[in-house]
Design a protein around this ligand. Structure first.
Ligand SMILES: [Ca+2]
Ligand SMILES: [Ca+2]
Length: 144
């Protein structure tokens, strides 16, 4: 009887990703996201080093970048936090349009990625070839 009267609870709450995202949508989406910063996860000095290393166009190498900025030594949860910062429109994915501004998420004055860099970064991460980077794909790329 209780089973019939509570159809809502038959929904599995297995999808942690979408659950976390809908939470974000629900409360203080913008202000909270702006306050949370990469420097609470990574050291400003390390970020600086990583940005300087690829300041010339077409010198960006994601493996080197993640190592220099210290992200590859972080926990999966911290990497997920960084992912959410990079997902500017809170869609749950990093799209190519967001990926272009990848470096500027770390340092606002950094350059945008060239089209070539953006595409090669996308293809390095995009395992299921849907044209965008999900959180698991991002974690796998950082830890690769
Ligand atoms: Ca997005
Ligand atoms: Ca994908």
């Amino acid at each position: 009887m209780s089973r019939c009267s509570q159809p809502i609870y038959t929904q599995p709450e297995a999808d942690i990703n979408s659950k976390a995202l809908s939470l974000d949508h629900g409360k203080a989406k913008t202000s909270q996201r702006i306050k949370m910063s990469l420097t609470s996860i990574l050291s400003a000095e390390a970020i600086d080093n990583a940005i300087k290393d690829c300041q010339d166009p077409d010198t960006f190498c994601y493996k080197k970048f993640f190592q220099l900025c210290g992200l590859s030594q972080k926990t999966p949860q911290e990497i997920k936090d960084v992912f959410r910062l990079l997902d500017d429109d809170n869609s749950g994915f990093i799209e190519e349009s967001e990926l272009k501004f990848f470096l500027q998420r770390f340092v606002p004055t950094a350059r945008v990625l060239t089209e070539k860099e953006t595409k090669s970064l996308m293809s390095a991460a995009d395992d299921d070839s849907d044209g965008k980077i999900g959180v698991e794909e991002f974690q796998a790329m950082v830890l690769s």
